[in-house]
Design a protein around this ligand. Structure first.
Ligand code: NAD
Length: 265
């Protein structure tokens, strides 16, 4: 039985994760952590009253009490860093969905996990369709180097661009390099209207109620365009990838960045 603690358990992703872990064969939801102190059991939140795990505000205490195998984290930037450190130092494998960490922070955790020989995963996107989108977009960029990325999310999202857009842009930049595209003398009549500039490609972040997580990668060539689009229309879309990750980290002794490195190995 893989014992899993979920941090951010009362959040949108946290609740979905708790449900998925309870339903997954060979997994046990051993703890639920959230700073929105409740005193209630997580079961009452996820419509499974039989799940008798009280929500706690203290991750270190929960780890000492239940000695989990894996920590799943869907909290927020600024919190997740501390959680990863606590987990790795306690020998608990982190499976991190929280986005917004920079490359230096991720590298520091990769080093820490290797030093402690603890497996783990930081995944900006657990939706398998989104990973395929990145893979296909990277392939397309070899033939269509002119590209812009539009990502669309719900309006409560804290970071922009999304972790998935960053990952897509990094992956495309690795095959096409830095490139200036568009009109060199173009100017913005409204600041920021052309989006953020990553290695010469533009990223646009849309934030509106009604969206979950969506992204379109648009390539322009002579006389043709190619669009590769992925839509997560519900948070359930992230769960098959999350459950797969929880199983896979059990056999790792280092921290991996990106679920694609466990999927397409
Ligand atoms: P949310 O605001 O609904 O949930 C965050 C939860 O974390 C809240 O319940 C909050 O109380 C809790 N929290 C905040 N500080 C805490 C602390 N110090 N200790 C314990 N709990 C704390 O947000 P969400 O929509 O569920 O998203 C959470 C994160 O997951 C974001 O970073 C988001 O970008 C990311 N996300 C990742 C994926 C993926 O596939 N990797 C998919 C969707 C969202």
């Amino acid at each position: 039985m893989i014992k899993v603690v979920v941090a951010g358990a009362l959040g949108k992703m946290g609740q979905e994760s708790c449900k998925a872990i309870v339903n997954a064969e060979g997994m046990q939801l051993a703890g639920a952590v959230d700073s929105r102190d409740s005193g209630h059991t997580i079961g009452t939140y996820i419509g499974k009253p039989e799940v008798n795990v009280t929500v706690s505000g203290d991750l270190e205490q929960v780890i000492r009490d239940v000695r989990p195998d894996v920590l799943v984290d869907f909290t927020r930037p600024g919190v997740v860093q501390r959680h990863i450190e606590i987990a790795i130092n306690a020998g608990v494998r982190p499976v991190i969905g929280t986005t917004g960490m920079n490359a230096e922070e991720i590298e520091r955790f990769v080093q820490l996990a290797s030093a402690q020989r603890v497996g783990g995963l930081i995944a900006p996107n657990f939706a398998i369709g989104a990973l395929l989108m990145i893979k296909f977009a990277t392939e397309a960029a070899k033939f269509f180097p002119h590209v812009e990325i539009i990502e669309l999310h719900h309006d409560q999202k804290m970071d922009a661009p999304s972790g998935t857009a960053m990952k897509t842009a990094e992956s495309i930049a690795a095959v096409r390099g830095h490139m200036s595209q568009g009109m060199p003398s173009e100017f913005e009549k409204i600041e920021g209207v052309r989006g953020g500039n990553f290695e010469g490609m533009r990223i646009h972040s849309v934030r509106l109620p009604g969206f979950v997580a969506h992204q379109e990668v648009i390539f322009g060539g002579i006389g043709q365009t190619l669009s590769i689009r992925h839509d997560s229309i519900s948070r359930e879309s992230f769960m098959p990838g999350l459950i797969l990750a929880v199983r896979k980290v059990m056999a790792l002794d280092h921290l991996v960045y990106g679920l694609e490195n466990l999927l397409f190995e």
